[in-house]
Design a protein around this ligand. Structure first.
Ligand SMILES: Nc1ncnc2c1ncn2[C@@H]1O[C@H](COP(=O)(O)OP(=O)(O)OP(=O)(O)O)[C@@H](O)[C@H]1O
Ligand SMILES: [Mg+2]
Length: 498
């Protein structure tokens, strides 16, 4: 007897103005199944998630059946969506830093009270029980600010499912693992799999294909708001999936074009550098080298990039660029010296949502363009094409772009400044597999033209693909160096997590 789907979606459409971001989507999720929702940046994944959470206006004509009950898609609002059993965990789980885990959970799930007074002991007990249901060992008295990204994701999972039986719920993950290391993501998804084994239905948005192979029972691929292909565990094939995402027309190469940087050397020498999380680190990067930095989170890899980029201030040490000593005590000084730092955290350190894409692209060198409007327009057009920004319209607000397209614009912005040294902290978070390739090619040719690139990634495969050499950082020091021949995904994973 066929099992009844936990969630059935028929003819779901969402438009923004004249643009149809989602066009007649049909999708089913069986209880116990994890369905991957894949697609290029801007293909409509988050639009689907927001429609199901009641945050996007759904066009008339959509029917949703959830746990046996049917209703019109246009009837959903955030309260109704929750009431019917839809729960979402987003990429950057926002937990109020100054609250304890128990308090953060209670904000969403309610405080136990007697005549208006909060029963703190009961609150703690209840939080413990909810965390235990998902086998999460986190002390509910800890402050949220002390949680790692992996722990925040786990607490968000317990919050999402804390007031509903897994046998009634649909859990949606919108890139919930994007900022986690491969190992942490795997641990998180193992908990999700346990809940699915107990009857949960899961829709999972991700750009990480290995994760899909490992955890998804079925895969739906969106292209331009339309479901274009589905795969099962048996038929799943990474190349076929990427082809489905990109479509037949887009197979032309997006040649990454940029002006060669100055032919002067850009070798970076770091001597006894110390500062937040970094303890007397010394190394040299050759001009044009792509140097990978890896290590467990909090171990110093990100911290090292932040010090070099002037985001944190070094307490000691010497930096030399092409043999010339340089002083970096803030981002301005770093940029002045030609050293640019880009983090994956586009929301706090990134673009201006209300300004257009074009304005965001030329923002850092607006004074350099002066009256050279034509020059600016040319640069904008060139970068939009090189990184395949969608929609290819630089006059739309930056904030209306999908997450991955925002990330492309920010990378393009820095490339326009012709960096001597580029410091990248996990630059492909939220970027689809095809665009990752474009970014990698761009970085490689930038390096070939003389830019020195330092790259941290939470995905060992990326470092293996791109780096000439990889440094392993632990407890604020360099503990290992992988050179040509030993730079494989396995070696990097071992060196990072062993
Ligand atoms: N509020 C909005 N106003 C206008 N257009 C929007 C809005 N939200 C999304 N869009 C457009 O809808 C399309 C789909 O966006 P969506 O965020 O669903 O993409 P996505 O598949 O989640 O991409 P990503 O992988 O980059 O997160 C894009 O073209 C985007 O620019
Ligand atoms: Mg999205």
């Amino acid at each position: 007897m066929p099992v009844e789907a936990r969630l059935s979606i028929r003819n779901l459409s969402v438009s923004f103005g004249s643009h149809r971001a989602l066009d007649g989507l049909d999708l089913d999720i069986q209880p116990g199944h994890i369905v991957g929702l894949l697609g290029a940046n801007g293909s409509g994944k988050s639009t689907t998630v927001k429609a199901l959470s009641g945050l996007n206006p759904v066009e008339p004509g959509a029917t949703i059946t959830l746990a046996g009950k049917s209703f019109g898609g246009a009837d959903l609002d955030p309260v109704e969506s929750r009431r019917r059993g839809i729960r979402v965990v987003h990429q950057e789980a926002p937990l109020v830093p100054d609250l304890t885990v128990a308090e953060a959970m209670a904000i969403h799930l309610g405080f136990p009270t007697t005549s208006g007074f909060i029963r703190w002991k009961a609150l703690r007990q209840r939080s413990l029980a909810r965390l235990a249901e998902f086998d999460i060992a986190i002390d509910p008295d800890r402050l949220c600010r002390s949680l790692s990204a992996a722990e925040r994701a786990l607490v968000s999972l317990a919050i999402a499912l804390g007031d509903i039986s897994v046998e009634r719920a649909v859990l949606i993950l919108d890139e919930a693992t994007a900022s986690l290391s491969t190992a942490d993501a795997s641990r998180f998804l193992a908990k999700v799999r346990d809940a699915a084994d107990r009857g949960l239905a899961v829709l999972m948005v991700t750009h990480r294909l290995p994760e899909v192979r490992q955890h998804c029972d079925e895969v739906v691929v969106l292209r331009d708001g339309v479901s274009v292909a589905t795969f099962t565990r048996e038929t799943f094939d990474e190349i076929d999936v990427v082809h489905a995402m990109v479509g037949p027309t887009a197979s032309q190469e997006h040649e990454a074009s940029h002006e060669p940087t100055s032919s002067a050397g850009n070798a970076l020498t770091v001597t006894a550098l110390s500062g937040a999380g970094i303890d007397e680190v010394s190394f040299t990067v050759r001009s044009g080298e792509v140097l990978g930095i890896t290590g467990r989170s909090g171990g110093g890899a990100s911290e090292l990039l932040r010090l070099l980029g002037g985001i944190d201030v070094p307490t000691d040490g010497l930096l030399e660029l092409n043999g010339e000593p340089i002083v970096v005590r803030g981002p301005r000084e770093a940029i002045g010296a030609g050293i640019f730092y880009i983090s994956a955290d586009r929301l706090t350190e990134g673009g201006v949502a209300t300004m257009t894409v074009a304005e965001n692209l030329v923002l850092p060198r607006i004074e350099r363009y002066g009256l050279g409007r034509t020059r600016a327009a040319e640069d904008v057009a060139r970068m939009m094409t090189a990184l395949d920004v969608r929609p290819p319209d630089a006059t739309v607000p930056f904030g209306s772009l999908s997450g991955g397209n925002q990330q492309k614009v920010l990378l393009a912005r820095w490339l326009l400044l012709e960096p001597r040294v580029l410091l990248l902290d996990d630059p492909t978070v939220g970027v689809d597999p095809n665009t990752r390739e474009v970014m990698f090619r761009t970085l490689r040719s930038l390096a070939d033209a003389g830019t020195t690139v330092l790259l941290r990634s939470s995905e060992p495969e990326q470092l293996a693909r791109l780096c000439d050499r990889v440094l392993v950082v632990r407890d604020g020091r360099i503990v290992n160096e992988l050179t040509a021949g030993t730079i494989t995904t396995e070696e990097i994973s071992l060196a990072t997590y062993a």
